[in-house]
Design a protein around this ligand. Structure first.
Ligand SMILES: C[S@@+](CC[C@H](N)C(=O)[O-])C[C@H]1O[C@@H](n2cnc3c(N)ncnc32)[C@H](O)[C@@H]1O
Length: 266
């Protein structure tokens, strides 16, 4: 039985592996305050679809992506080649250090990467983000955060089951609630500027809707493997079944939240 769902996602060229998928990305990009010539890093860029969308909206910005998974990095590079884009640099982060020098970027974009860090790794990952940001740099992320009414026993139970079945936790339990995230950001030196809860996401919030036909095609060809390759089909059905079993609660437990924060320089 396979237990790393991220390998499966890279195999099928998945994009939007975060709360509210494409809508979540479009709301985030509509709140991306980028100036021409800014340097932007996407932490945990997965198969590269969001970076391509950003390149459509902010053609003057310099774009960089890193990912801990070599298979994700391979797929992101394949996607860029398929789309004929050679202006985005993708690097494999071989450990949880960001492979760039201090003060390299104006902004860091993150979708569903911080929440899956376990325990204090969430703090150390944010400290790494701070290190590579320029003075007054910004971070904007869409991460799944537990709702205040979800008790710590349920959180622990779900995380244990997710880790065992999918190879990753659902969402950090050391900093479980929104107030913990805001406090954590503050303690690191980030001032929270905006919070948009996933339950309020809607199309009216979207001012940019970047469309990249070839990137869409790349995602589709990967997703077709679910139907054309028996091994991939079985793996997909297996994950679907396990997800239903583990995350089948009749009350909402968590939601994706977009937070943008600015580095306050000491
Ligand atoms: C749930 S996926 C999300 C991928 C992409 N951001 C998206 O929303 O479609 C999480 C990604 O983050 C990567 N990742 C996890 N921890 C990381 C870290 N510390 N540094 C860089 N990438 C990381 C994983 O390899 C994976 O590709």
């Amino acid at each position: 039985m396979k237990s790393d769902i991220l390998n499966f996602f890279s195999e099928i060229h998945a994009e939007g592996i975060h709360a509210k998928g494409r809508l979540g990305t479009n709301v985030l990009l509509s709140n991306l305050d980028l100036s021409p010539k800014d340097k932007l890093l996407e932490l945990g860029c997965g198969t590269g679809a969001t970076l391509l969308k950003i390149s459509r909206v902010f053609s003057d910005a310099s774009l960089f992506g890193i990912d801990l998974s070599s298979s994700m990095v391979e797929k992101a590079k394949q996607r860029l080649r398929f789309c004929g884009v050679n202006s985005i640099e993708i690097k494999h982060a071989k450990e949880e250090k960001i492979p760039y020098p201090d003060a390299s970027f104006n902004i860091i974009v993150v979708e569903s990467v911080l929440a899956i860090q376990e325990g204090e790794s969430l703090r150390s990952t944010l400290l790494e983000c701070k290190r590579v940001l320029k003075p007054n740099g910004k971070i904007i992320f869409n991460e799944t955060i537990w709702l205040d009414q979800t008790n710590k026993e349920t959180i622990e139970e779900i995380n244990l089951a997710c880790k065992k079945n999918f190879g990753i936790i659902q969402a950090n339990q050391h900093y479980p609630y929104l107030s913990d995230w805001i406090e954590l950001l503050g303690s690191i030196g980030f001032k929270t500027k905006k919070i948009i809860k996933g339950s309020t996401f809607n199309k009216e919030m979207v001012s940019v809707k970047p469309y990249q036909f070839r990137s869409y095609l790349f995602s589709k060809t990967g997703s077709l493997k679910k139907y054309l390759k028996l091994g991939v089909y079985k793996e997909w059905k297996d994950y679907q079944g396990r997800m239903k079993e583990i995350l089948n609660y009749n009350v909402p437990l968590m939601e994706g939240i977009i937070i943008s924060a600015k580095l306050i320089n000491e």
